[in-house]
Design a protein around this ligand. Sequence first.
Ligand SMILES: Nc1ncnc2c1ncn2[C@@H]1O[C@H](COP(=O)(O)OP(=O)(O)O)[C@@H](O)[C@H]1O
Ligand SMILES: [Mg+2]
Length: 341
Amino acid sequence: MSNRNIAIETVSLVKTYTAYDRIGFFKRVKKRVKALCGVSFKVYEGEVFGLLGPNGAGKTTTVKILSTLLLPDSGDAYILGHHVIHEATKVRKLIGVSLSVERGFFWKLTGKENLKYFGMLYGLDGQELEQRVNELLEMLGLEELGASNKLYEEYSLGMKARLSIARTLLTDPPVLILDEPTLGLDPPSARCLREMLVQLAHEKGKTVLITTHNMFEAEIICDRVAIIDKGQILAVDTVDGLKRRVADVVPLEITVYLPAQTSIEHLTRILKRDTNCPVKIFPEEKGHRIKILSSPDEVDETTSRALKSLYDQKCNVRKVEVKQPSLEDVFIKLTGKTGFR
Ligand SMILES: Nc1ncnc2c1ncn2[C@@H]1O[C@H](COP(=O)(O)OP(=O)(O)O)[C@@H](O)[C@H]1O
Ligand SMILES: [Mg+2]
């Protein structure tokens, strides 16, 4: 990997926002929100790179800086060797950006008309523009869905997501930067979009940077992943490399119904104390899923301790399973036994 060219690089990016808390009706109190605390990573040419982290981790802030839309307080970032602040015009020609699936499209124009409009803004015209737009509508499957000549306002979210990717490709830029490209999509649309991103990188040589909070997505499409939390990069590695970091733990999964008066925070604290292992609880459609990372030779002991405290807390246990390590476990391990939100 290391002899490959670097397409995207960030060096110690720091960003603090000023926000206001409202007190009563008229009073506002200024507060500082530290969004990035020294974010550094490198993305190689031709890879799908994932910036993975929970809500509020700093993903959008990072991609906005890379897209020349936001200035950092300090630190540097480069696209194909060009500085995003000092050479912003050059950088804009090298990137295709999608920050939100619906942003900036015209609702009363068709998908095709929208693409033509943006193509003209980017300096394409005539036969070249017509050909490029048709090519992209075909490539993104919009032609097949009968969406090319449909008004944008009639588009499903899946079609909008495809059109948004099509727009990033109008000028055929070498680097694509996509903020949560599959957020809210139905599973078939998400799958199709993911396949497309992998193709763009592996077959067309594009560098694709996506952000996601979906561990499963990162695991299946990213060549390498940076795990980010609270404005800090916790690890950067291949998915397999990251998984090796949890080779020494056995993920134990217990699905329960929580009694109404028990909070997730409270139960997490109790389970951490009683098992002495990293614990994370995920609210799911049917009950709560508890992940406990046990050491391999103490799985039975950890299970019985966890079950005992769940019983004491009056939780109704539905299922107990021993799992294969996944990125989710890497995340739980990196964020430690305490302090995980
Ligand atoms: N314009 C803003 N003003 C104030 N705080 C912001 C603003 N944008 C983001 N933040 C805060 O910065 C942190 C990082 O946000 P963001 O980069 O959007 O994270 P993510 O995309 O990973 O969810 C969060 O705490 C968020 O509330
Ligand atoms: Mg975001």
